[in-house]
Write a new protein. Sequence first.
Length: 358
Amino acid sequence: MINDIMKQLPEFLATTTEKELTYFIGNLCEEASEDVLLELTRLAMESRRVSYGNKVFFRGLIEFSSYCKNDCYYCGLQKSNLKAVRYRLTDSQILHCCELGYERGFRTFVLQSGEDQYYTDYRLCSITSNIKDRFSDCAVTLSIGERSRESYQALFDAGADRYLLRHETANETHYAKLHPARQTLKSRMRCLYYLKEIGFQVGAGFMVDSPFQTYETLADDIIFLRDFKPHMIGIGPFIPHKDTGFAHLSSPDIKNTLIMLSLVRCLLPKALLPATTALATADIKGRERGLFAGANVIMPNLTPVDHRKDYSLYDNKLSIGCEAMEGFSVLLQQLKALGFEPDFSRGDHLDFNKDEER
């Protein structure tokens, strides 16, 4: 059966039921032969090639605040973690990060933080508009959590182009096991639909091998992505943090993460898929393996060096070497040697005209 599915994988993913998909994912993760997994990788690489060639898009990541009002059970930045080091970059520091990145060729900046209530709409809109005024040929991506529709609209009007909001899991029961009661999947999904309605290039995404995850919840993730069709999808392995309730768990092998990356690439060939820092943290060749599984985005860290380790989502998060702006020349050489083409343009989703004036 699995060999028959592989012959028509995109069609299967586009139409299959949750039950069929649950069985298929379980088979891939537990029983599939090396030949089947190699074929999955080949299909994912071909799907990416048709849409984007061999391009790997670069984004400059700026982690500007480690404060967070939430208590997501898996996250090192959770409000209840009294050991977390908290910091906020000033507006001038954020702009300086952009300046350094711009000099190196970056034309997309990703501003990421915890859900920090210090950053009102006024502050965030000011930061966004200042970046767009200074670097008019660049895209600004925000990853700052759940906000009101009015807030999202104000940020879009200020010039923000993209918004990343990982859904983490599309299964309501699973979501409730990873978050306190006041944080709901319904609220998260509502925000994602607001963002899409407003006109952002929207990013969703999920963890693989997170606590209480099943093949059924992974099937729910695929079905949600199939229906929602986000422009960007962040998929990374669960890695425990020593100061959370999941500290006793071990970090799984990245095999299942790579399988899910490839399936999503085959389902949504135009999606922008990062080879995440979590992949590189969990496996010494994680980034390379992620790219060969269908990923086509890398986000070197532009955050000031003295704060990078303080943005501690999970244990041993990489923040130096090829993960950082300082080491990206080595990364360029590695990518070229592997047959990839580094691309420092805005790197918009194919459904968006990057030359179109807003």
